[in-house]
Design a protein. Sequence first.
Length: 139
Amino acid sequence: MPGNPYALSLEAKVMSADPVELVCLLYRGAIDAVDQAQQELRTGNIEARGRAITKAMDILSELIQSLDRRHGGEFARTLLELYDYMQKLLHAAHRDQSGRPLEETARLLNTLLQGWEACARARKSSSAGDSSEELALMA
């Protein structure tokens, strides 16, 4: 019996991703969970909304655990504060059955995702440039 194609595709992406791409995948997962929570809030499905918010909070917890606090300096401290703030927003969204904290969380996650995707593109173009320079030197 074949597995879930989405799960298999996601597993393949995770297994082949570099650390920056993994962070992007986590952000996308959190954004999807927040979007799901917003949808469940509109339909009044409390249990499903709770599961979606919990999933987003779990992803934020994973992002917190992945921070290199010893070497990350101000960047790591700022991300830690932002992740903590988003977890508080998610908790408030669930407690108050409110969409505003979900909207703010989605906005913040999308902004962070855009920044990390820009880093991923810069890394790829930088490594592509290095490879072409290496090939030129070998010729």
